[in-house]
Design a binder for this molecule. Structure first.
Ligand code: ADP
Length: 276
């Protein structure tokens, strides 16, 4: 699929493992699938493997085993490794990663350099996208003259302008203050869905995950311990870690006292008995 395709791929991550040092998995047999156009958030504490996974999907890092496929087409695994520029994706980074010597509009237009269109057409599209992220009046400014939030909007416009099949977000809001984070995440959610791209977004922030995701994957020590809708994560966390980390449930130590039929137990918690 070319850069101009604009068709969101489905994404398949299959048994993906990666170690940086022997005997220690940064990622251990990670497996999940995203449908075309789905917004996936990978949530986990520091060191759980989020950056490694998103870098493998981007093609910045090589995997040890397993397979990554877009629309059934292998991009990594089995001896194959497509470089990032051949994966029809764009990435938004925590530190914006804008070219300091280019104006906002030039930064955005740069993402269109590989498409067959003239300079004026690229500029027109870049200006249009800057307008969509609320920065029409800042187009001729350099990144250093923009605030953090404005720089991240430019980076978002740059990622969206070529309508890539896959959008990757690497903790894009973590350098911004709380108020701005909430406003920008709403914009990220709506612009990404308008664009139709499949999205993978990593964060350690539970509220961000719940605000954005169609599916949430929880990473813990290199393992994907749950992959489900936010609702399922909320109502049925699969491990105590998920319940604790998502902050959705209090934890009560208890012991099973008796069974009622096959599916219900009576749990004694202190002096109280709870059917569960
Ligand atoms: P997260 O993004 O969730 O903080 P990372 O993917 O950065 O997690 O890290 C996962 C594990 O891999 C951690 O134990 C980390 O120390 C280790 N790790 C990450 N990058 C490297 C590297 N370049 N060299 C060695 N170890 C690394």
């Amino acid at each position: 699929m070319g850069l101009a395709g604009g068709t969101a791929p489905s994404l398949r991550i299959d048994g993906v493992s990666k170690s940086y040092v022997s005997d220690k998995f940064a990622l251990d047999q990670v497996r999940f699938q995203a449908r075309s156009g789905e917004f996936v958030v990978l949530l986990g504490p520091s060191g759980s493997g989020k950056s490694t996974l998103i870098r493998l999907i981007a093609g910045i890092e090589t995997l040890d085993s397993g397979e990554i496929a877009f629309d059934g087409k292998t991009v990594a695994g089995g001896g194959k490794h497509l470089p990032p520029e051949e994966r029809d994706l764009a990435m938004v980074f925590q530190d914006y990663a804008l070219w300091p010597h280019m104006k906002a509009v030039e930064n955005v237009a740069f993402a269109l350099r590989r498409l067959k269109m003239g300079a004026s057409e690229r500029r027109r599209k870049a200006l249009e996208m800057l307008d969509r992220v609320g920065l029409a009046t800042h187009a001729e400014q350099y990144p250093n003259d923009l605030s953090g939030g404005e720089q991240q909007r430019v980076a978002l416009a740059r990622a969206l302008v070529a309508k890539p099949g896959l959008l990757l977000f690497d903790e894009p809001l973590s350098n911004l203050d709380a108020d701005l984070r909430e406003r920008l995440r709403v914009e990220i959610a709506s612009l990404t869905r308008e664009c139709g791209s499949t999205a993978v977004y990593i964060t350690h922030d539970q509220s961000e995950a719940f605000a954005l995701a169609d599916k949430i994957g929880v990473l813990h020590a290199g393992k994907l311990v749950q992959y489900s809708t936010p609702e399922a994560l909320y109502t049925a966390p699969e491990t105590p870690f998920v319940a604790r980390f998502t902050g959705l449930a209090g934890e009560l130590p208890g012991c099973i006292e008796s069974w009622i039929g096959d599916e219900t137990v009576v749990v004694r918690v202190g002096d109280t008995r709870i059917k569960a």
